[in-house]
Design a protein around this ligand. Sequence first.
Ligand code: FAD
Length: 269
Amino acid sequence: MKNIKYYAFPSNVKDAVALLLDKKYKAMALAGGTLVAKTLPDSVETYLDLKNLPIKGIKLAGGNLVIGAGATFDEIDRDKLCRSWAGGVISAAASKCSTQLVRNMATIGGNIARPHSFNIFPVVLLGLDAKVRLQARGGTKLIDFSALYSSGLGLRPGLDCLITEIVIPARTKKWKCEFIKLARTQSSWESYITLFFAAEKKGKALSRARVSVGALSPKPFLAPAAEKAMLAGDASASKAFASDLDAARAGEYRSTAASNLLARFIKSL
Ligand SMILES: Cc1cc2nc3c(=O)[nH]c(=O)nc-3n(C[C@H](O)[C@H](O)[C@H](O)COP(=O)(O)OP(=O)(O)OC[C@H]3O[C@@H](n4cnc5c(N)ncnc54)[C@H](O)[C@@H]3O)c2cc1C
């Protein structure tokens, strides 16, 4: 913080990215500001405030749900489209963020810009096959959420590109989903484990299954054995999940609790 010399308020994305890429300013993006001040590298000299950018809206486009990166947890929690999508799981997840004060300020873009074990949206977006729109040198790029934290991306959100939108594919609209934050208290940021379950039925069988796990490592991951067993109609899918979690060294408590929660979800389908 002590090295900050400039504060910029661009009003369009093009100017914002131009400033970010101008080496003279050594800029970093600031959205809600709930995390950036704690993690600011000494090398940063300019705060690039995103609050005047037109990246806050939540809308439908081509059947997909598009959430502006500047939308806050509270706006997502209260938004009608988010509340009706996939049984309202996106809003339900937003409502689990620790306190109303943080929900009022923190944005979805800031939540996913860096991998962090306890952040809520990464596990949900991985499970919903979301895409992320980036604005960087050379224009915009739509990437899979799962690619956002891969070294192959070659971009650092907030330092040399901006996240402008999160795109949730149309096919997920009717998925039956559940988000669970298993934590000491509702107002804890830290959690033992976060879980996102999704399923789609064709007749009596499942045509799609997603089991996504957070809080065990900075990047969320999918549980392939559990998903495969669910699709096969295997009654022991929760046992398969326990083996996914053992492979991730979840420990006995998390493994037992999470596999029981998956069994409950499957029973509810
Ligand atoms: C007391 C407290 C409790 C918290 N509880 C929770 C919780 O329960 N659940 C949870 O998930 N998180 C929690 N958080 C973490 C934090 O608030 C979130 O991660 C939040 O979403 C960050 O968003 P922000 O808009 O405040 O980002 P900022 O702090 O402004 O920025 C965070 C990072 O993202 C980058 N960034 C921001 N927007 C963009 C963009 N559009 N494009 C590219 N880069 C961008 C910034 O450069 C910075 O590196 C908590 C934090 C605090 C301090």
